[in-house]
Design a protein around this ligand. Sequence first.
Ligand code: APR
Length: 321
Amino acid sequence: MARAKIALIGAGMIGGTLAHIAAREELGDVVLFDIFEGTAKGKALDLSEAAPVFGKDSNLKGTNDYADIAGADVCIITAGFPRKPGMDRSELIGKNLGVIKQVAEGIKEHAPKAFVICITNPLDAMVWALQKFSGLQPRKVVGMAGVLDSARFRYFLADEFGCSVEDVHASVLGGHGDTMVPLVRYSTVNGVPLPDLIKMKWTTQERVDAIVERTRKGGGEIVGLLGNGSAFYAPAESAIEMAKSYLRDKKRILPCAVRLSGQIAGVRGLYVGAPAMIGARGVEKVMNIRLKQDEREMFMNSVEAVEKIIADCKEMEPELK
Ligand code: APR
């Protein structure tokens, strides 16, 4: 059977890390695309030279020509500009919307059957615009945010309990940003929900509240520490998890930015984070979680934040109206 083909649009920090993981895990042949041809070619060559050492046989190619992504099974998009310290996600809109338009056209022309995972921020609006510009089926276009946000939540919880990250499961909903909704009652250690762990005195409500807040601001914490750029290891690992579920038809249920059609709080037509089953057909199912009053309020607050950014996008790009 032919190898899978993975096109990485954007060969910056996340794009390079994605290429590294994809090659090490032999997920398929990798095409690294960037407007800066040298960056894409340099990283592809560097990784090709590493392959004999780690003993894997993926082919890697760097390019600035969309024709090279032809027939890709998966496209992962990081093209754009990352947040600078103190910069809000919404400030990125103007810059990244133009990039997403170009990328959508490239994918539509050369890889219209691909499963497309968008990482570029502001995530929920960019993935929405990507689907609109490209006209690809919504079930084949998703955004990566929830796997990363829940991984951050899981790490902070495992650290709090001093237990393995493998035994912590955490659930998040809503937009990727300060309004995201970590679902405390669906977050567990060995299947035991957080509210029970509070009763068992493993932690306190105040400490859980602080962890929720830290999770919401997880991206900004890394931006502040790095001083120049944003997180890349955890975002790359998270997108690879989603790509693998598609390529291997694993039907993992992963929190992703998906286009809702009423499954949660009746929201329709918007891309927002929700638990989705990812298999060979793309998004095969979205869990229709019933929210409690306070969760619903937080979720709708998050939806409103996404709607505001989409309204800005529509202002800037009449084609999106
Ligand atoms: N087409 C292709 N590539 C582009 C384009 C374009 N129109 N515009 C910019 N790029 C490339 C840049 O040349 C750069 O190599 O996108 C790459 C982005 O890489 P980084 O700046 O290193 O950003 P990274 O840390 O990888 O994050 C990418 O993910 O988390 C989000 O907010 C983050 O939107 C950002 C994205």
